[in-house]
Design a binder for this molecule. Structure first.
Ligand code: ASP
Length: 341
C-alpha cells in the first residue's frame, strides 16, 4: 500500500517566527527555513508536500479573503492528497477552523489546524509535537479510508472538532479548549481516537466549497451599563446584516424597554440577531429566565451551545448563501457541521 500523502499549508503564526534582532518582536519568516528546522518530518511514514501563503501572516491579520484562499488551496489539491495540515497562528485559529468547517461542506478527508506557542527554533518549543502528531492524525486510515473526515484543531496532545474550540491561554502550551464537546482524540503513549465522536461525512458525497462570506456582521458583548446611544448606533450601522449577541449565563439580557426595542427594530429591518452565552461553557436557553423571554418573543435566534467563533463564522457563511430569514433561523439553530448540540 502506498504511503499517505499530506499537504502542509503554511499560513504563518509563531510556529515559523523568528525574533527581529533590532526590535525584539516576533515576525514571520521564510517557510523553507521551517522545513529545514524539522528534520524529524523525514522520518514520518508519509509523503509530505508543502505550500505556503505568498506572504505568511500573523493570524491577527486573518480575514474572509484569506479563508477563501485556504479553501481554494484545499479544493485545488483535494483529490491529490489524503489529508491536509494547516499551520496557523493560534490567536485566531478557532475562527479559521470554524470558518473552514462551513466553507468545506462534505469534506471527507482530515483538515487539521495546528500551530504553537513557541517558535519551532526555540529550545523548549511545543511546535514539533504539535506538527508531527497533527501529520500523523491526518495520515490515519482504516480500510483504506481516512479516519478523520472533518476540520479539526490539534494542540498540546488533544484533537478537537475545529468549530467547537476557543483559545483560552496566551501563555500555556495547553492553549485551547472545547467547552461543549469532548476531544476527538488524545495523544499519549498511544494515539487514542474516540470514533463515536467523529463527524460522519460520507466519502461518496461531493465536496462543496462555499467561499462567499458576508462580513456585514458584528459581535456585541453585553456588560452591565451598556449605553443606549452606543448600542443604537451599532445596530443602525448602514448595511449591517447580523449580530452575535454575547449575553449573560443561559442567554439573559436586560429587560429595559430601550434595550428590547433597539433589538426589535433591528430585527424588523432584517438584521439577524443570534444569542450566544459569554460563559465559557453551557448553553443558551431562552425563556428559562424572565430576562431572556422577551428576546425569544422578538425573534432573537438561539445559538444554543455554539462558541462565539463558530457563531460569527456561521453567520457570515449563511448570509453569504443569501438564504431567506426563516431558512437562516432554521439552519442556524441546527447543527450543520457538528458546531452545536
Ligand atoms: N500572534 C501569533 C499568531 O496568531 C500567535 C501564535 O501563533 O500563536 O499568529
Amino acid at each position: 500500500m502506498s504511503k499517505p500523502s499530506i499537504l502542509l499549508i503554511y499560513t504563518g503564526g509563531t510556529i515559523g517566527m523568528v525574533k527581529d534582532f533590532e526590535t525584539g518582536a516576533l515576525r514571520v519568516f521564510d517557510f523553507n527555513n521551517l522545513l529545514e528546522r524539522i528534520p524529524e518530518l523525514k522520518l514520518l511514514d508519509c509523503d509530505i508536500q508543502a505550500v505556503s501563503f505568498d506572504k505568511p501572516i500573523d493570524s491577527s491579520n486573518m480575514n474572509t479573503h484569506k479563508w477563501a484562499r485556504l479553501a481554494s488551496l484545499i479544493e485545488e489539491h483535494y483529490n491529490d492528497f489524503d489529508g491536509f495540515v494547516i499551520l496557523h497562528g493560534s490567536d485566531t485559529m478557532s475562527y479559521s477552523a470554524s470558518a473552514l468547517s462551513f466553507m468545506l461542506e462534505n469534506v471527507a478527508k482530515p483538515v487539521v489546524f495546528t500551530g504553537s506557542q513557541l517558535p519551532i527554533g526555540d529550545l523548549r518549543t511545543d511546535a514539533k509535537e504539535n506538527l508531527i502528531t497533527a501529520i500523523q492524525i491526518a495520515s490515519l486510515k482504516s480500510n483504506g479510508e481516512p479516519v478523520i473526515r472533518e476540520v479539526c484543531l490539534y494542540f498540546e496532545y488533544k484533537l478537537y472538532r475545529g468549530n467547537r474550540t476557543t483559545k483560552i491561554s496566551a501563555e500555556h502550551f495547553n492553549a485551547f479548549m472545547s467547552p461543549n464537546y469532548p476531544a476527538l482524540a488524545e495523544s499519549g503513549v498511544h494515539l487514542k481516537v474516540t470514533r463515536e465522536l467523529l463527524w460522519p461525512n460520507a466519502p461518496e458525497k461531493q465536496l462543496q466549497v462555499h467561499k462567499d462570506f458576508d462580513d456585514n456582521v458584528v459581535i456585541i458583548k453585553m456588560f452591565p451599563g451598556i449605553n443606549e446611544q452606543v448600542l443604537s448606533s451599532i445596530l443602525n450601522t448602514p448595511g449591517l446584516k447580523g449580530v452575535v449577541l454575547e449575553t449573560y449565563g443561559s442567554g439573559n439580557a436586560p429587560t429595559d424597554i430601550y434595550f428590547i426595542s433597539i433589538l426589535q427594530k433591528a430585527i424588523q429591518n432584517g438584521v439577524q440577531i443570534v444569542n450566544v452565552t459569554q460563559c465559557s461553557g453551557g448553553s443558551v436557553n431562552m425563556g428559562h429566565y424572565e430576562t431572556s423571554t422577551m428576546l425569544k418573543e422578538i425573534g432573537v435566534i438561539s445559538g444554543a451551545d455554539i462558541t462565539t467563533e463558530a457563531a460569527i463564522t456561521k453567520m457570515m457563511y449563511l448570509l453569504g448563501q443569501e438564504v431567506t430569514a426563516s431558512e437562516f433561523k432554521r439552519q442556524f439553530e441546527s447543527s450543520l457541521r457538528g458546531e452545536l448540540s
